[in-house]
Ligand binder design. Structure first.
Ligand code: PEP
Length: 252
C-alpha cells in the first residue's frame, strides 16, 4: 500500500465454479469477517450462475461480490445476456468490464466497454475497467500508448473513486505465470495515475489501480508494494480461498 486509499483485491473466477464451489466463498466470508484478509477490500467475482446463491452466503458480512460482465442496456431482446440492474438485483456490487478475454474472444471495443461501464454506474455498481497491452505491443514499445488509448475510450464519464476501479492486466501475463518487471509496472501505473488525474481531476488521485496477471501468493508482496499499485485482480489463484487469502495477506 503506497497511498491513502483502501487496497482492493478481487478474484475473477472466469468460467469456473459449480454450486460446490460456494464453500470457497463461505471460507472467504469467514476470513474477511474475522479480519484475516488484512485491510484490503476483498471481492469475489464468480460466474453469473452463482451470484444469487453467493449473495446469500455473504449477506451482512465483509466480503464483496462482483460479476464478470454486463450488457450496456438495462433490458431487452438480447438473448443470453445479463444486464447491470439484473446483476445488482442478484446481489452484486461490482462488475468487471473490458477483460482482455472479452476484448479478444468477443471482439469488444473500447466504446462497448465504456457503454458497459456507464450501465454499471447507472445500476449502482462499481465498474472494474480492465486494460492491458499484448506481448507484441509491449515488445514494440507501445504499451503505454495502447493502455492510454484503451482508458480514454473505456472509462465512464463522471467516474469516481467509489464507482470506478482500473485494472491494468498485460494480456501476456494473464494465466501464463509471467509478470512484468517492477519497473515496468511502476511506469505503467504512474502513467495511468496521471491520466486519471487528467480525466477526473482531484478524484482521479483516489481511483484504485489494480495490477492483474499471474498474481500468486509468492509474488503478491512484491507486486502489491509497487508505487500506484492499489490492489490486484486475480484469476487462477482466486479459485482456492487459501491462495486468494494469502495474496490479500500482503496487506496485513
Ligand atoms: C485475470 O483473468 O484477470 C487474471 C489476472 O488471471 P490470472 O491471475 O490467472 O493471470
Amino acid at each position: 500500500m503506497t497511498r491513502d486509499v483502501r487496497p482492493f483485491v478481487a478474484g475473477n473466477w472466469k468460467m469456473n465454479g459449480l454450486s460446490g464451489s460456494l464453500v470457497e466463498i463461505e471460507a472467504l466470508r469467514r476470513a474477511a469477517d474475522a479480519g484475516e484478509a488484512g485491510v484490503a477490500e476483498l471481492v469475489v467475482c464468480p460466474p453469473a450462475t452463482l451470484l444469487a446463491q453467493a449473495a446469500w452466503k455473504i449477506k451482512g458480512g465483509k466480503l464483496g461480490l462482483g460479476a464478470q460482465d454486463c450488457h450496456p442496456e438495462a433490458s431487452g431482446a438480447f438473448t443470453g445476456d445479463i444486464s447491470a440492474p439484473m446483476l445488482k438485483d442478484a446481489g452484486a456490487a461490482y462488475v468487471i468490464v473490458g477483460h482482455s478475454e472479452r476484448r479478444t474472444l468477443h471482439h469488444e471495443t473500447d466504446a462497448l466497454v465504456r457503454a458497459k461501464a456507464e450501465a454499471a454506474l447507472r445500476a449502482g455498481l462499481t465498474a472494474i475497467v480492465c486494460v492491458g497491452e499484448t506481448r507484441a505491443e509491449r515488445e514494440t514499445g507501445e504499451a503505454i500508448a495502447v493502455v492510454t488509448r484503451q482508458l480514454k475510450g473505456s472509462l465512464p464519464p463522471g467516474g469516481a473513486p467509489e464507482t470506478v476501479v482500473v485494472a491494468y492486466e498485460p494480456v501476456w501475463a494473464i494465466g501464463t505465470g509471467l509478470t512484468p518487471t517492477a519497473i515496468d509496472v511502476a511506469e505503467m501505473h504512474g502513467a495511468i495515475r496521471a491520466l486519471l488525474d487528467d480525466i477526473y481531476g482531484d478524484s482521479g488521485a483516489k481511483i484504485r489501480i489494480l495490477y492483474g496477471g499471474s498474481v500468486k501468493p509468492a509474488n503478491a508482496k512484491e507486486l502489491l508494494g509497487i508505487d500506484n499499485v492499489d490492489g490486484a485482480l486475480v484469476g487462477g489463484a482466486s479459485l482456492q480461498a487459501t491462495d486468494f487469502l494469502a495474496i490479500a495477506a500482503a496487506y496485513r
